[in-house]
Design a protein around this ligand. Structure first.
Ligand code: NAD
Length: 367
């Protein structure tokens, strides 16, 4: 099993280092190879996604990614900004399905801005289509407005579009995921206003015929945004398009208290994936041993489950994280009175110790 390790910028290097240590504490054999990505790659090679990094990602069984970005790159032309590396990887690896679980750990219910009873035991999965929709639709651009009340004025426009195969493949992924959970799927759209999402709804309904054991309902995105804060536990799996998924998955992330706890996976049709925490590079706390590495460690667990066919190892990591939280250890973002504040490295130490309690030796060969 070959894993491409792309730590990136800011806290990316700190949190990925801890996830790699945790992988190393399993009784499994991996080959790992590390490469620069994002701002770090731009500084060294003049591009956020150098050819060598892309080749490494393409040749690996899975990619473990930290985060990219820093305000110091904000003035670069768009194509050279660190965040372009993520878009480039998604595109070249065909990563069309983004999985973002939002789980509220019992010990962290007070960290949510919602009442504890609304989030205690929360375990939902948002599946976002990642390569289509208004984010990638052509044409787009700026021009002189050709018509309407402001004809002749400067305007900008984007194109929202989805093809049948794009909707069908994400719908299959979502029904199959729901099948492995509580067999309930909510498809989120804006069919009342947008042609694209009336089509989305029609195609998802057609695909449903192949999954009669899964209960499907449809919800408008504005209502879904409201229900997520009103009664989030009513959901099991949510599937939606790129833009709505972008917004709803961040909203769901905050239900759980800290973005530092939330993993994510982006998969292609062959099951290959890129695994990364849901948060960014947090330049405000970078290099201070303050970042919470658990989202990245849990992303490594998702990697073992989805791309490396090691579900038992994934379970072990998730149990180790639970044990560490039960011990009362907290990084600053999830700390509260009565618990013990620890840094990034100490949190990594604790997860490794919780794993090692029941683990034989591991071999990691470094490429
Ligand atoms: P961010 O997610 O980096 O940080 C938002 C807030 O959450 C900050 O206060 C930060 O300190 C905190 N935070 C984030 N992760 C944390 C962790 N693991 N532990 C503790 N606290 C944590 O979002 P931002 O500040 O809007 O963006 C910073 C940079 O990250 C920007 O350059 C942005 O473009 C980039 N970004 C990258 C990705 C990615 O690599 N996938 C995603 C989002 C943002």
């Amino acid at each position: 099993m070959k894993i491409a390790i792309l730590p990136g910028d800011g806290i990316g290097t700190e949190i990925v280092a801890q996830a790699v240590r945790v992988l190393g504490a399993l009784d499994l054999r991996f080959e790992t190879e590390t490469a620069l990505v994002g701002g770090a790659a731009y500084d060294a090679h003049g591009h956020p996604l150098p050819e060598a990094t892309l080749k490494l990602a393409q040749g690996a069984d899975a990619v473990l990614f930290g985060a990219v970005g820093d305000w110091k790159y904000d003035k670069l032309e768009r194509a050279l900004r660190p965040e372009q590396a993520i878009l480039g990887l998604r595109k070249s690896l065909g990563l069309f399905a983004n999985f973002r679980p939002a789980i509220c750990y019992e010990q962290l219910t007070h960290a949510s801005s919602l009442k504890p009873e609304l989030v205690a035991g929360l375990d939902i999965l948002i599946i976002r289509e990642l390569t289509g929709d208004i984010y990638f639709g052509q044409p787009r651009g700026r021009r002189e407005s050709p018509d309407g009340a402001f004809a002749g004025a400067e305007e900008a426009f984007d194109t929202m579009r989805y093809s049948r195969p794009e909707i069908e493949r994400i719908a299959h992924v979502a029904f199959q995921a729901a099948r492995k959970r509580n067999k309930r799927l909510t498809s989120v759209d804006k069919a009342n206003v947008l042609e694209t999402f009336q089509f989305w709804k029609d195609v998802v309904t057609e695909v449903h015929a192949q999954y009669p054991d899964v209960a499907l309902d449809h919800m408008y995105v504005d209502n879904a945004a409201m229900q997520l804060v009103k009664d989030p536990k009513k959901f099991d799996v949510i599937v939606t398009g790129n833009m709505f998924g972008d917004i709803l998955s961040d909203e769901a992330a905050m239900l759980t208290g800290s973005i530092g706890m939330l993993p994510s996976a982006s998969l292609n049709s062959a099951g290959k994936g890129l695994y990364e925490p849901s948060h960014g590079s947090a330049p405000d706390i970078a290099g201070k041993n303050l970042a919470n590495p658990l989202a990245t460690i849990l992303s490594a667990a998702m990697m073992l489950r989805f791309s490396l066919n090691q579900p038992a190892a994934a379970d072990r990591i998730e149990s180790a994280v639970q044990r560490v939280l039960a011990q009362g250890l907290r990084t600053a973002d999830i700390w509260s009175a009565g618990t013990t504040k620890v840094g990034t490295i100490e949190m990594g130490d604790a997860v490794v110790a919780a794993l090692s309690a029941a683990t034989a030796k591991t071999t990691i060969t470094k490429g």
